[in-house]
Write a protein that binds this ligand. Structure first.
Ligand SMILES: NC(=O)c1ccc[n+]([C@@H]2O[C@H](COP(=O)([O-])OP(=O)(O)OC[C@H]3O[C@@H](n4cnc5c(N)ncnc54)[C@H](OP(=O)(O)O)[C@@H]3O)[C@@H](O)[C@H]2O)c1
Length: 311
């Protein structure tokens, strides 16, 4: 099942973000809290446009990386000071709730963020806050009924960000994939599993569409930014379907198909929790209302764009 008004795809290795010039002009200094997969990708796009970016880390920064890294590890008391964050105008939070379900950023930096008075704060959340819909579509108006403990913590963190009074946009994400994080890697490493659960689908979003949508939101006038936005592609589908294309692109065999009911009991709790919920995440508000054109409307363009890493 797909959503209509699908935009044509755009593969290729050079990513053109149409909103980058306008976003770059609006940003004085970007603070990315959590220099992980998505945070680094956004930082790279902005740095290429000459925007100063600060990225936070807990682990040691790779040697030779000249970016503006700042240590941020509240559990260890590593916090940036006001002078470190001078000039920050926009903030993206990619850090999930901590082990106790609390938001590590609000718990340690909320007062400082208020003093910085940023024009925009993006908070990366998850479509897990909608819980299980038995495969039905959800959008930003759907009720939140998180079933998993980690999704309940996420919803509580969303609400805490909302209460903070900062100019927060909640950006809800399904599974993130892209270069360095996709099923071609698990096929190559021999860890891929071809699991069949009747009726089960997963939604996903390419990391460069998260970056593109963030830039698009920053470039919009503040009054045009919805307070909650789903970032997803148009084509939720079974994981076996995307694994099939991954095997085709690599020219390799698929693993043996396994029935979910035969393997569920032996799965780890995290894997089982992913399979316990079934929903389709709609990005119509992003595409139709805000006019964002997905770079990768389905996994087909998205996965093909990653296959260059393998040859
Ligand atoms: N991955 C998915 O498919 C998916 C789906 C839906 C939503 N999301 C959410 O979207 C956001 C971005 O995802 P991502 O895959 O880009 O994340 P990621 O690669 O795991 O990066 C998260 C960053 O946050 C840092 N961090 C985590 N906990 C922290 C803490 N307690 N204190 C300080 N720093 C902390 C991590 O540091 P370390 O590197 O030191 O751990 C890392 O730099 C996350 O909130 C994630 O939960 C992800």
């Amino acid at each position: 099942m797909t959503e209509d008004s699908v935009n044509p795809g755009g593969g290729g290795s050079r990513i053109e973000h149409p909103a980058l010039p306008a976003a770059a002009a609006a940003i004085g200094r970007m603070l990315v809290l959590g220099g992980g997969y998505t945070g680094r990708r956004l930082a790279a796009a902005l740095e290429a446009a000459g925007v100063p970016v600060l990225l936070t880390h807990r682990r040691p920064v790779p040697s030779g990386d000249a970016r503006g890294w700042l240590p941020f590890d509240p559990d260890q008391g590593a916090l940036p000071g006001e002078a470190d964050l001078a000039g920050v105008s926009h903030v993206l939070v990619t850090i999930p709730p901590d082990g106790g379900g609390r938001d590590p950023v609000l718990g340690s930096l909320e007062a400082l963020l208020h003093r910085l008075a940023p024009a925009w704060v993006g908070y990366l959340s998850t479509t897990g806050v909608y819980g299980d819909t038995g495969g039905a579509w959800v959008d930003e108006t759907s009720p939140t009924r998180p079933l998993l403990v980690r999704s309940q913590a996420r919803l509580a963190c969303e609400q805490a960000w909302r209460r903070s009074g900062l100019p927060v946009q909640l950006l809800r994400l399904p599974a993130i994939y892209g270069p360095g994080r996709n099923p071609m890697l698990s096929l190559r490493s021999g860890t891929a599993r071809l699991i069949h659960k009747p009726g089960q689908v997963f939604s996903r979003v390419h990391v460069d569409d998260i970056v593109g949508a963030v830039l698009h939101c920053i470039a919009l006038p503040a009054e045009a930014r919805p307070d909650t936005l789903i970032l997803a592609d148009t084509f939720p589908c079974p994981s076996s379907e995307i694994l099939g294309l991954a095997a085709h692109l690599l020219g390799c065999r698929l693993p043996e198909v396994q029935r979910y009911e035969d393997v569920a009991a032996a799965m780890g709790p995290m894997a089982r929790s992913f399979w316990s919920e079934n929903r389709r995440a709609s990005s119509r508000r992003l595409r139709d209302d805000l006019g964002y054109r997905l770079l990768y409307p389905t996994y087909r363009e998205g996965l093909a764009s990653c296959s260059g890493d393998f040859f």
